[in-house]
Design a protein around this ligand. Structure first.
Ligand code: UDP
Ligand code: MG
Length: 323
């Protein structure tokens, strides 16, 4: 294992990408922990780092706070300011676009991922792993969030065959090769850790600590979490559609059998009108199944539509950086 990087050029070797959306209350606390942690890491491993903050169209003072921080540490800070809110994954995508490092680590701005853990990730990257996933020890989220994400993790693993013990944690490390492949994909709705995983040759996972949000509240509503999970499942597998065609096949088989049975009864017992409510129940159930199927089709069609329009995935307003 190499502890020191072989080349001693002036090039940046490590890029940290931090998406920021309405985080004014927590940013200063983040700076106070992130910069010392990275300065120590850089000294220990003899490497140059940079932090790429991507302001995802915050409506509060976040952009101003980031510009001020850029003036304080212009040597290691770069700030990408989005025109409006394009979502966490697009912010990370932009970070990938602007990052110059050989190794790239993504980190949340809310201090739920301790910056001190970056060292452990870098260790795995230097050891030759091209993708470093993380598993949150003692996750500090609400009970509902935890159990819902456990169930979703399980389902996603079965459907997409992507092995991620903990899909929700965004503190992750990637090799430049993976990041370049992700950038080439040009997808407008995506879940970056899963996409990156599909390109990795030697992935690994490590345990990291997890803390409560330092300030402010989660930027994800239940609705957005559901949307994100659709991105994750439909973006990486067509199995939901296939399950649906099998379900449709089974249901029509059952309906056909029922029809034959009723036809025989009609001739044996004569006309009957009993069991109307059962029929209603059955019909409503089938309508429900059909609506769900239509919605599912819509998920895929919607994605195709967004993709073929080829609108820009995000719009950058300004970039604060040194040449
Ligand atoms: N974030 C973002 N754009 C968004 C929503 C969130 O850039 O539209 C950022 C946010 O500032 C934070 C990270 O993504 O740095 C994770 O968001 P959050 O902590 O709210 O998610 P949770 O931890 O609740 O899953
Ligand atoms: Mg968070």
């Amino acid at each position: 294992m190499t502890d020191n990087l072989p080349d001693h050029t002036n090039a940046t070797q490590l890029s940290i990408i931090v998406p920021v959306y309405n985080e004014e209350e927590g940013l200063q606390a983040l700076f106070d922990r992130l910069y010392p942690a990275l300065d120590a890491l850089a000294a220990k491993r003899h490497l140059r780092y940079e932090i790429v903050f991507v302001n995802d169209g915050s409506k509060d003072r976040s952009a101003g706070i980031l510009s001020k921080q850029y003036e304080i540490r212009p040597d290691v800070t770069r700030v990408v300011l989005f025109h409006s809110n394009f979502g966490q994954h697009m912010a990370i995508m932009a970070g990938f676009e602007y990052a110059r490092g050989q190794y790239i680590v993504t980190l949340d701005a809310d201090l739920q991922n301790p910056p001190e853990e970056i060292d452990a990730l870098v260790n795995e990257l230097l050891a030759g792993h091209d993708y470093v996933g993380t598993i949150r020890e003692q996750r500090r989220d609400s009970w509902f969030r935890k159990s819902a994400s456990r169930a979703m993790n399980h389902l996603r693993q079965r459907i997409t065959r992507i092995t991620m013990t903990d899909q929700g944690c965004m503190l992750r490390g990637y090799h430049r090769r993976i990041v370049d492949l992700v950038r080439q994909c040009d997808e407008s709705n995506t879940f970056i850790p899963a996409l990156a995983y599909t390109f990795s040759a030697s992935p690994t996972e490590i345990n990291v600590k997890h803390e409560e949000r330092f300030a402010g509240e989660s930027k994800y509503s239940l609705y957005q979490l559901i949307r994100l999970n659709f991105d994750l499942v439909t973006g990486f597998s067509v199995m939901p559609l296939q399950i649906f065609s099998i379900l449709g096949m089974l249901l029509s088989l059952a309906a056909g059998t029922l029809f034959a049975y009723l036809l025989v009864r009609r001739f044996v017992l004569g006309a009957e009108v009993e069991g109307v409510f059962t029929l209603f129940a059955l019909t409503f159930f089938l309508i429900g199944v059909m609506l769900f199927g239509l919605g599912l089709l819509g998920e895929y069609v919607g994605r195709i539509y967004q993709q073929i329009r080829q609108r820009p995935r995000y719009v950058v307003q300004t970039v604060l950086e040194q040449p």
